[in-house]
Design a protein around this ligand. Structure first.
Ligand SMILES: Nc1ncnc2c1ncn2[C@@H]1O[C@H](COP(=O)(O)OP(=O)(O)OP(=O)(O)O)[C@@H](O)[C@H]1O
Ligand SMILES: [Zn+2]
Length: 642
């Protein structure tokens, strides 16, 4: 029996020929991606193109079965393709890069495929691909796992709900004051040690400075006008700079000063803020500073051999041991900083982990919170849910099989009245409310949510232009074209969604004569177009227009507007806007699921660099904003420290 016989039995000879000519885009070569690659090859799809931005890590090897020890540091996509090529009769192509990079993966590149499979691990990338699938009307097989839980969601634009139709769980948040002043759980101390202390001491400290002036000579914006508060912040900043200087100086005799500041002086200052401790409603537990005696004792032991307990990562060490380890590991990191310049926290970098865990435990001890072993803290600090290879295998299997339905390649899954009636999502285990007794449930796919800002509130289209035309097409020309083609009024507002820049609206025509190129509109830009109200409370539906620059075209006049209808709709009232499913605030997340966001309504937002690059398309362009000049950033009161 030939290798295709079983597939042909399931899909029939005719559909099998379609499978052989289908082109698949698989994004992500991690846990699910490795499994999917194997499954898609076994189905014998004609071409499979695999994209991943990462290289292989030691920690991937336990479940990403295509990778071996000597593949560490090699590109995942290329290595995965090489590992499977001996049993593949599909054409396989690998790409190393971020799928959100419009230079490498412009929208017309996506249109080469018949279907996209997401095997990603973060919300921004998932949302980005979801949007691309909506722009192109291309089916998307979305999937994800977390421990024993997993899901697949086939998405067929305009027929089924999209990835953003339902709210997604937001990253964990903590009020800054809890982290800074009144922790009551181990995680609060870990966040303090990891996001605040570690970053201040070891990551990019040269960007911090004690000056009260910005580089242009103007006074720094302290986020408050209260003189006392400014004095306090200045004092705190200068003390932190002192600590950073100790670290940069690499003087081991001064580690004691770090301990004294963090675990004695700062705590004594906190105790002076009386209302933190007297207000019984708050129920805050008073902290007790570490005694100078213990700090001095441990400091004298710093050059002695490690006690055996330091090897026991599953045991909770005593407070003396925590302090001793803190001193030793600070010394190690200070030495490393001499050559590395900046060190990032990484749960798999033992030095950084041990620093964070011991600092967190000393703080926990001070606040009467239970201390944790290195092992337990690692799970908290890395926000780790163990990845289960079997869950990935089940989900990949479901995703690849369901794609046959989505592509209408099963003998028994006919279209009825032009609709796919035979399509389901699938959830495993706890991921579903329906599955109390069953491991797998597969509810029918819902239709698009009418309140979803991604698939329902706007029409989407792709505007194709040549590089030359981009330079000559004035904003007013574009507005005129849009109004002629789709029935918009001439007073539409145009917003560049990358930075929410208003380019035009009914009382702002200053930029009309500028060309799109002059307005920094380029390949991958998305313009949000919305119209003024008509007489009868009717308005043209808003549009998101993706700018697809054909760099190969030498045509001076190439411009192709999307062939879409823009219906008249009833005006959305302010009240009903509240209900609209706005995608989460993904601009706040880092690599998606790992993010910890800290909420504080007293501070200015401030963003710290992320490990994984997040594209600027990162959902700032979610546009339920009608008739808004500068779209207000609802999230101004959110601080991201991770
Ligand atoms: N924007 C992106 N472009 C391309 N590939 C991406 C992007 N974002 C994430 N990925 C890739 O998607 C894959 C997700 O897979 P998965 O989460 O199983 O792997 P992992 O992150 O290596 O492991 P784990 O998260 O289970 O520790 C990763 O290989 C990651 O590099
Ligand atoms: Zn949607």
């Amino acid at each position: 029996m030939g290798r295709h016989a079983n597939v042909i039995k399931i899909v029939g000879e005719e559909n099998f020929q379609k499978i052989r000519t289908s082109k698949i885009l698989l994004i992500g070569a991690g846990g699910i991606g490795s499994e999917l690659l194997k499954d898609l090859i076994l189905i014998s799809f004609g071409e499979i193109h695999l994209v991943d931005l990462d290289t292989i890590d030691l920690s991937n090897l336990n479940r990403q079965f295509l990778f071996r020890h000597n593949d560490i540091k090699k590109a995942k996509s290329d290595t995965a393709i090489k590992a499977v090529s001996h049993f593949s009769d599909s054409k396989l192509v690998s790409f190393f890069g971020n799928i959100m990079n419009t230079e490498q993966f412009p929208i017309h590149w996506f249109s080469n495929y018949d279907i996209i499979f997401n095997a990603l691990d973060n919300l921004p990338a998932r949302r980005y691909v979801n949007k691309i699938s909506q722009f192109l009307g291309m089916p998307l097989m979305e999937s994800g796992t977390s421990g024993f839980d997993g899901y697949i969601q086939p998405i067929i634009p305009s027929l089924t709900e999209c990835f953003d139709c339902t709210k997604k769980e937001t990253p964990k948040t903590f009020p800054v004051c809890t982290i800074r002043s009144t922790p009551n759980q181990p995680i609060h101390c870990i966040v303090w040690a990891k996001n605040f202390l570690f970053n201040q001491l070891f990551t990019n400290q040269q960007t911090e400075n004690s000056d009260n002036e910005k580089s242009d000579g103007s006074e720094k914006d302290w986020g408050t006008t209260d003189e006392k508060e400014i004095e306090r912040i200045k004092q705190e900043t200068s003390e932190l700079v002192d600590l950073q200087n100790i670290v940069i100086e690499n003087n081991p005799n001064k580690i004691i000063n770090i301990l004294e500041k963090l675990f004695i002086n700062d705590i004594e200052k906190l105790l002076l803020i009386e209302n933190l401790w007297t207000n019984t409603n708050l129920n805050n537990k008073k902290p007790t500073p570490i005694s100078r005696k213990i700090i001095n004792q441990m400091t004298t032991k710093k050059d002695e051999q490690d006690p055996p307990i330091f090897k026991q990562l599953d045991k909770t060490w005593s407070i003396d041991e925590q302090i001793l380890k803190f001193i030793k590991i600070t010394q190690t990191l200070m030495n490393r900083l001499q050559t590395e310049k900046s060190i990032e926290f990484d749960k798999d970098d033992n030095d950084t982990l041990e620093f964070v865990v011991t600092a967190a435990n000393i703080r926990s001890y001070i606040f009467g919170i239970q201390m944790k072993s290195i092992f337990d803290s690692k799970q908290l600090a890395g926000n780790i849910i163990p990845a289960i290879a079997t869950t990935n295998a089940i989900i990949a299997g479901l995703s690849s099989l369901s794609s046959l339905r989505v592509l209408n390649l099963l003998k028994y899954a006919e279209l009825k009245d032009g609709k796919f009636t035979d399509l389901n999502m699938a959830f495993t285990s706890k991921a579903s409310n329906f599955s109390q007794d069953r491991y797998l449930t597969n509810p029918k796919l819902a239709t698009p949510s009418c309140k979803c800002s991604v698939c329902s509130m706007v029409v989407r289209g792709i505007l194709k232009v040549s590089t030359e035309k981009l330079k000559t097409l004035k904003l007013i020309d574009l507005i005129t074209l849009l109004s002629k083609t789709y029935g918009y009024t001439l007073s539409i507002s145009v917003i560049d969604t990358k930075d929410q820049r208003l380019l035009a609206d009914f009382d702002f025509d200053d930029l009309y004569e500028k060309s799109l190129h002059d307005l920094q509109i380029s390949d991958g830009s998305i313009l949000f177009i919305s119209d003024e109200e008509d007489e009868n409370d009717m308005v043209r539906k808003s549009m998101e227009l993706y700018i697809d620059v054909d760099k190969d075209s030498t045509a001076t006049n190439l411009i192709e507007l999307p062939k879409i209808d823009v219906p008249l709709i009833t005006v959305v009232t302010e009240a009903s806007k509240e209900d609209i499913t706005k995608p989460e605030i993904t601009k706040l997340t880092t690599s998606g699921d790992e993010a910890i966001v800290i909420l504080d309504d007293t501070e200015e937002p401030h963003h710290v660099d992320n490990k994984r690059p997040i594209s600027e398309s990162d959902d700032k362009n979610d546009s339920v904003h009608k008739k808004v000049k500068k779209v207000a950033d609802d999230d101004d009161d959110v601080i991201e420290l991770d």
